[in-house]
Write a protein that binds this ligand. Structure first.
Ligand code: DAH
Length: 449
């Protein structure tokens, strides 16, 4: 997945310059609200359909089961639960209030679905930090929601997925607030996980500086509370998975290894210092959650007052749910097939039993790009998905070269069309593939070879 929050130093090299799709309709109406289109509008209809699904609210769906497990694990620890936020937010909520630089790649039309220049589909649950800080009456909150990003197409990437956001704050005006934070740290249930954290006692480094308004001791305490909370949560989720795998009779060796995590430094516009946690699971490091100490400006923007210090984190739920439930393809979460849904029950982590798979149909599309081309690989993904829907199993660049004499650039993409539910006919793929070629030609001026 393309990282949305790229370190500042990389921004100029990964910047997207894809051209806008022309606005297809005058306006889009969702849940009774109308959004006039403009040159930013780039939402295909199949994405609009996903908004209504609310998988995290379905207690018998793997995403909902995971959400409920998290809620249960954090129950009684002082967090207000928010899981009803509408996915259409403003540019202000998603980017500006969090201090995203104007030229951040996450803002581009190649990465984000816009209704118009002011409204978009949230790309992360952090879009609701501002209102939750304003609204929340407890020391912390949790937000679960569906989020949307234009992305590659493969087994682990889908333009809609789910995140869990958490935050906690303290007031420096409270007497002995540092001791209070230490007590809060001590009250987090202990775990047996093995933690690799070179930054636990010295969280401030040259690459990951503290904000000037905080003291090193405040940073150390808030960071420790943050990290122990996440370690506890990760432990709850993965231990649960382990238990249910054992109960189901699995004897895989990883089930007897202690859970191992490591902390690495990171960059997010609205936190400083920032980190990511990675979990060692079945032989690989799994990037699982970004977090950090919230920038003072975000707290001030939320009218929290000058006395607050706070942390926040964001966890992607889909990858974790795929591991926990043994789900091989992220598209299955969105399937309407009974054979998928009947396998899951509230409160239970069970292992998915694959049902028969229908063969795929591979088609290549090769073209010459115009000079000054602005075609971005996400645009090709998007076009394929808008014609093929969930029949777009994967799209990859298989060839790319520059003609030695003319200097023209050629690309070839390979598309695998495949359905989870039925056999596809050559005839229907021809129509879809023809539409993909047409769209590429009319929108991006490519010359099909
Ligand atoms: N919003 C980030 C993402 O989508 C995750 C994240 C990172 C959330 C740091 C946070 C945070 O609250 O502090 O990748």
């Amino acid at each position: 997945m393309l990282k949305l929050f790229t370190p500042r130093s990389l921004i100029s090299t990964v910047r997207c310059t894809a051209r806008a799709y022309s606005a297809p309709v005058k306006s889009l109406t969702v849940d009774g609200k109308t959004y006039p289109s403009d040159e930013w509008t780039n939402i295909p209809p199949f994405i609009l359909d996903l908004i209504q699904r609310k998988l995290h609210k379905n207690p018998d769906h793997p995403i909902g089961i995971l959400h409920d497990l998290v809620k249960k694990s954090m129950n009684g620890m002082g967090y207000t639960i928010y899981d009803e936020f509408h996915p259409i937010v403003t540019k202000f909520q998603n980017f500006d209030v969090l201090g995203f630089p104007e030229d951040h790649p996450g803002r581009s039309k190649s990465d984000t679905y816009y209704f118009n220049k002011e409204h978009l589909l949230r790309t992360h649950t952090s879009a609701h930090e501002h209102e939750c800080f304003q609204d929340c009456k407890t020391p912390g909150y949790l937000i679960t929601a569906d989020v949307y990003r234009k992305d590659e197409i493969d087994r682990t990437h889908y333009p809609a997925f789910h995140q869990l956001e958490g935050a906690r704050y303290w007031s420096r005006l409270e007497p002995n607030y540092l001791e209070k934070i230490q007590q809060d740290i001590d009250s987090i249930p202990k775990t047996n996980i093995i933690v690799e954290d070179p930054f636990r006692d010295q969280p401030i480094t040259e690459n990951n500086p503290k904000q000037t308004y905080m003291t090193p001791e405040e940073v150390r305490l808030v960071a420790t509370h943050l990290k122990k909370t996440i370690e506890y949560l990760v432990n709850q989720v993965f231990e649960n998975a382990r238990e249910s795998a054992k109960k189901a009779g699995s004897t895989e060796p990883y089930l007897n290894e202690p859970l191992k995590v490591r902390w690495v430094e990171a960059y997010f516009p609205w936190t400083g210092p920032s980190w990511e946690i990675e979990v060692w699971w079945k032989g690989e490091w799994l990037e699982c959650c970004g977090c950090g100490i919230v920038q003072r400006q975000v707290l001030l923007n939320s009218q929290l007052g000058e006395d607050k210090i706070s942390w926040a984190f964001g966890i992607g739920l889909d990858r974790i749910a795929m591991l926990l439930f043994g789900i091989p393809d992220i598209r299955l979460f969105w399937s309407l097939d009974e054979r998928f849904h009947k396998q899951f029950k509230r409160g239970e982590i069970s292992t998915f039993a694959p049902y028969s798979k229908y063969p795929g149909v591979k088609r290549d599309v090769s073209f010459w790009l115009p000079s000054e081309s602005t075609l971005h690989c996400n645009d090709v993904m998007e076009i394929v998905r808008s014609h093929a829907g969930d029949m777009a199993e994967s799209v990859e660049v298989v060839d790319e070269f520059v003609h030695p004499k003319t200097g023209r650039k050629s690309q070839c993409y390979r598309i695998n069309y495949q359905s989870m539910e039925r056999n596809l006919t050559n005839q229907e793929i021809n129509v879809i593939h023809g539409n993909v070629e047409n769209d590429l030609t009319t929108r991006f001026d490519v010359e099909i070879r």
